[in-house]
Write a protein that binds this ligand. Structure first.
Ligand SMILES: Cc1ncc(COP(=O)(O)O)c(C=O)c1O
Length: 367
């Protein structure tokens, strides 16, 4: 991690979230003029050869990082993951009599499922709300539909801190919201029908959604769809059906370059992420119940570490004292309370070490 003379806090925000310092520095260096262009990325046409180079570079780096097969394409869309929740059933359910399976393991997959009824039948293959969304299902618990149009899940539930460490067998194309764990570890892209991720957590800034799409699914997108909402059209136009979020695509390219050149690729990133998460979970497990983790141990997220203390007043004191020690945005989501430490790829080890030490000290003083 490159250091900077500017004073920065350890920012544990769930999103928009921390960016790698070298990426911020490159953005700063190139803001007035991209090398060889003489103008800012903010000022050039999305149809210029200079922007072509930026988009093509981002696309090919994503493909390299993920080891993406030719069967899949990368798309850059707008509207956040919220729009993907609508576009998926709109594009992949070709008539209203079709059924799609949704696995509900937290607030985000629940939101996704809520859009389906407009376009076809929803089968909730599993719903973890009775357990307070503290785990992912076992394969044997899934009630899947034979011949389902697709099966949706959220690989990392950002609010509840629950993550799949093994993908279920769905029996239909797997469509996965990876908004909060994209590029956090290697994946086998051939197992996915579609992946989508809003960039503002682990792969850039707000404004772009990164999609990995099995081209076979594009056959389902027909001409009755409104043009902007048709995946096939975006693929055909190379993510330039209209003006794409140029700056956000540029930043995603820089983040991918950082992951490749400075972090050493996704195997190394996964090792780094697991060791950071372990530091915090070891404190949670080692303080005699002072910290109460939300997720079941085997399904704990390596991106969002969610816990609380015995009462809301102690949580608040924790937040206040952490903030005065330069560790910010640790407040849990308003629906759950408590504490959430988001430790995405760009969070340096020193930030997690500082938080782990703070947690130990706080437990000792208040336990
Ligand atoms: C897992 C997950 N899905 C979807 C979203 C929503 O993303 P957006 O605000 O880009 O629509 C979030 C973000 O907060 C998220 O964490």
């Amino acid at each position: 991690m490159t250091t900077t003379s500017v004073s920065r806090v350890f920012n544990f925000s769930a999103g928009p979230a921390i960016l790698p310092v070298p990426v911020l520095q490159q953005i700063q260096d190139e803001m007035m003029s991209l090398p060889g262009v003489g103008a800012s990325v903010l000022e050039i046409s999305h149809r210029s050869k200079d922007f072509d180079a930026i988009l093509d570079d981002a696309k090919s780096r994503i493909g390299q990082l993920l080891g993406m097969p030719d069967t899949h394409d990368v798309l850059f869309l707008q509207g956040g993951s919220a729009l993907q929740n609508v576009m998926m059933p709109m594009n992949f359910l070709t008539d209203k009599s079709q059924t799609t399976d949704y696995i509900i393991s937290g607030a985000w997959s629940k939101k996704s499922a809520a859009e389906v009824h407009r376009f076809g039948n929803l089968n909730v293959a599993w719903d973890g709300s009775d357990d307070g969304f503290s785990r992912v299902p076992k394969q044997s618990e899934l009630k899947l539909t034979p011949g389902a149009a697709y099966c949706h899940l959220t690989s990392n539930e950002t609010i509840h801190g629950v993550q799949y460490h093994q993908l279920p067998e769905a029996g239909s194309p797997l469509v996965v919201d990876k908004s909060s764990d994209m590029f956090s570890e290697p994946i086998d892209v051939s197992k996915y029908g579609m992946i989508y991720a809003c960039a503002q957590k682990n792969c850039g800034v707000a404004g772009v959604n990164v999609l990995i799409m099995d081209k076979a699914l594009l056959e389902r997108c027909d001409d009755r769809l409104p043009s902007y909402l048709n995946y096939a059209l975006h693929s055909e136009k190379g993510s330039r059906f209209n003006t794409p979020p140029t700056f956000a695509i540029y930043v995603t390219g820089l983040v991918c370059k950082w992951l490749q050149d400075e972090m050493g690729g996704l195997e190394a990133v996964a090792k780094f992420n697991r060791s950071k998460a372990q530091l915090l979970y070891d404190v949670i497990d080692g303080t005699d119940g002072f910290y109460i983790g939300h997720a079941a141990k085997e399904d704990r997220s390596i991106m969002n570490v969610v816990f609380k203390m015995a009462d809301a007043d102690t949580d608040q004191r924790f937040l206040d004292e952490a903030a005065s020690n330069n560790m910010t945005t640790l407040k849990g989501h308003r629906s759950l309370g408590g504490i959430r430490a988001s430790i995405y790829n760009a969070m340096p080890l020193e930030g997690v070490q500082a938080l782990a030490q703070f947690m130990k000290d706080f437990a000792q003083k208040n336990g």
